[in-house]
Design a protein around this ligand. Sequence first.
Ligand code: GN1
Ligand code: MG
Length: 370
Amino acid sequence: MKAPDNSVISQFDYEGQYVDYEVNNSGLINNTYILNFVGNDGSAIHYCLQRVNTNVFKNPVALMDNVFSVSNHLQAKLKAAGKDSKRGALNFIKTKDGKNGYFDKDGDFWRTYLYVEGTVAHNKIEKPIQFRNAGIGFGHFQNLLSDFPSDSLTETIPMFHNTVNRYNNLMKAVEADVVGRVSSVKDEIDFAIAHKPYCSIIVDGLADGSIPLRVTHNDTKLNNVLMDEVTDEAVCVIDMDTIMPGSALYDFGDSIRFGTNTAAEDEPDLDKVHFDINLFREYTEGFLSQVAPALTQAEIDNLANSAIIMTLECGMRFLTDYLEGDVYFHTTRDGQNLDRTHTQFRLVEEMEAKLPELNNMVAEIAAKYR
Ligand code: GN1
Ligand code: MG
């Protein structure tokens, strides 16, 4: 991993004196570093510095225009509501020459923001209330963006959650078989084929207008909402790289995908991987307490489906990357993308087995908040 050196750090308009940095390894796309600074009064200041993956985000300048305008919008809304905009939204730091980010001599792109003190990004739920609070956090975030002008956003990754397209990409990877792995993953490919009907549900709903297009986050992993380390409340939604027009179902489903897993996303031992229905209830309570009045009936009716769809989609993406030679998601060991595929497909199976129960649960909770 390329380390941030002084030629990068000195570009940004930081306060205080730089001391050192720590690596944060939780993202699968960008590289993240926590920079330690000492302020002029001797206090500690922390910044988050990221090298944006330009293989994934081809236009980092347009991406940062999105990020700055969304974070300005969030700050203004929080201020208007009398809330703490320094903690409730990310505060990005410009370069000394007023730009939103910095291209280094190798063409790598860097951006940075003030670290939100007293918060933690969980990779796994420790207490159910944390997941309910994550649902409140992402639901609130969606409400704050409900009046954001979506036509001002650049689509950073076109067709990001078009599950039909993700399915087709998997089939193309099977066809091409560039690293000769297809014969070893026949069962996994068959699993995707057998689940193809799920892929078109949201895509078709958006096309016929029954599911509205909204401005959505699109990467609502548990570790993308910072939680207060004392109260466990959701403080700030982070990782705004994929904020684009999308469906509320993407955000709900992706949160469920990641947070209800009893094991890690790349757990090799499938006996440890289960879908925790109690955590599904917690998140649904939190999320719907914020957004139920704004959702259409078609959205409510598809919330449980969306958990299956987003988990299936992510599993297909991991499998596609495995077949393409592990070129998209960061990996630290052989077979990691295949392990990730297996966890996602296992979760899909368990969610499917409980689908009628999940639908009842959603209907019951939605009725409470509408
Ligand atoms: C990536 O960068 P990170 O880890 O927040 C990916 C998401 C996947 C996720 C799976 C731009 O998110 O779509 O759901 O990994 N982001 C991008 O863990 O592809
Ligand atoms: Mg991300």
